[in-house]
Design a protein around this ligand. Sequence first.
Ligand code: ZN
Length: 551
Amino acid sequence: MKIRFLGAVKGVTGSNHLIEAGGKNIMLDCGMYQGKDEDLNEKDFVINPAEIDCLLLSHSHIDHSGRIPLLVKEGFKGNIYCSKPTYDLCQIMLVDSAHIQETEAEWTNKKAMRSGKELVEPIYTQEDALASLKYFKPVLNGQIININENIAVKFSDAGHILGSSIIELWIKDEEDTIKLVYSGDLGMREKPILNDPARIESADFLIMEATYGNRVHENIEKRAEELINIILKTVRRGGSVIIPSFAVGRTQELIYELNKYYDSHINEIGTKENELKKIPVYIDSPLAIKATEVFKRNSHAFDEEAKNYIMKGDNPLYFKNLHYIQSAEESKALNFSNEPKIIITASGMCEAGRIRHHLKHNLWRKEASVVFVGYQAEGTLGRRLLDGEKTVKLFGEDIAVKAEIYNVEGFSGHADKPALLNWLGDFKEKPGKVFIVHGEKEAKEEFAQAVREKFGIETIIPEYNVVYDIRKKDLVKVLVLESEQEKLRDRQIQELLMEVEDLKKAFERALANTEEYLKLEDVNYEDIKKLNNNIKSLENEIMNLTMISAK
Ligand SMILES: [Zn+2]
């Protein structure tokens, strides 16, 4: 059985892995790249989409599902298996993503026409997105799906976003049956609305995310409190609170948490609760409105607490001062008044969408606050604001960053290091090997080390498009594809050249120091002996180097 990792290898976006086994090509996720790797979205698929037999989709987030319309457009005709809520969410998210592609292409083309440059096509259109939906086959959690006589698959809760799944695969390949588990994105336990990530019995091999493999989320229990305090502080000084949030998932979780907070403090007269009730909350996103509807339709997938609200007749996704904003005009009108308010809008990483005009109108105000509640990928505007950038460009204009910038980590959709280790610790039979994906370098490395130390499990941080040939409990054989071999060679050369440069300087320094030392009057005999040996072995190494380069 062979696995190739074609996305979420260098960073967290573009999740896409390929399994060749049991006579089938199975794809795990087909996500879009965001932030610094965005250009990769236009790259061809490594394997002809027509040759892929089926796609297993862990969840609806665009960095896991966003290239599906392109996959179908380029010839994929298999089934796309996913949970029912994931299918429902993809119906709105893929069309929305297509709309963004179309708008961006239109914008680029307007400029291209003026400068005489070549016109571009959107990566895919809304029509392509709609066409891809007919390949979706929603399945139930716990249902065993037989792809063919050699491959069976099961989905269970991952607790990351509504419908998010951990995927288990049993693959019969040359006599052995190998159990492979794909974690998808894992949520924290006790996340609002969602069930906790499911416990998995066993795995031979595990592909696991490590977004926060080197972090501990602080103040999880206090996340609502923390947010409320920021809101009150900001509103009291006359500012608005801008919350960039994924329209799907995080926004509904925020509404739920605010509703819960209001409910539990209902009898506290004259407290901050009363003050809060006067502050209007705007959900400024047509996508978020549609997503909230999908959430309501899928309340069967909610956790016990959320179901209890519904049983009591309370709508957990609504409270009194909550307003949904549909049209662009209404959205713009929000900035006409200086009345303090809370605006929750997309995109979550500030790369596109209405968030950008709210930032333009508020970033420069020192009384305003911007509150991040989700992961900010490298290279995105959100990440730059978090990193403390003092001026940013929005709509061609330089905007000074004077507003207070907060990061409330407790709302994160991703499990932190202890939670990831706990989930792995819950396996009754631990995986033989763990492939670590979906994280920045430091996160993956620190997490890999923790897994080795805590469980004694071998870890692999896979490289892009390298083929890992795996056998039951057997060593992973690595086959580097020719095209990749060349890139690997180039990279190694670059690294060696850099080392040569460093060494040259270090060498010069060491020789100069030695020279100086030998000229002193009181050099002791022991040191002379040591230096003699060292210089002889250096001469030897230099001779070896010369022999290689003289060839
Ligand atoms: Zn996700």
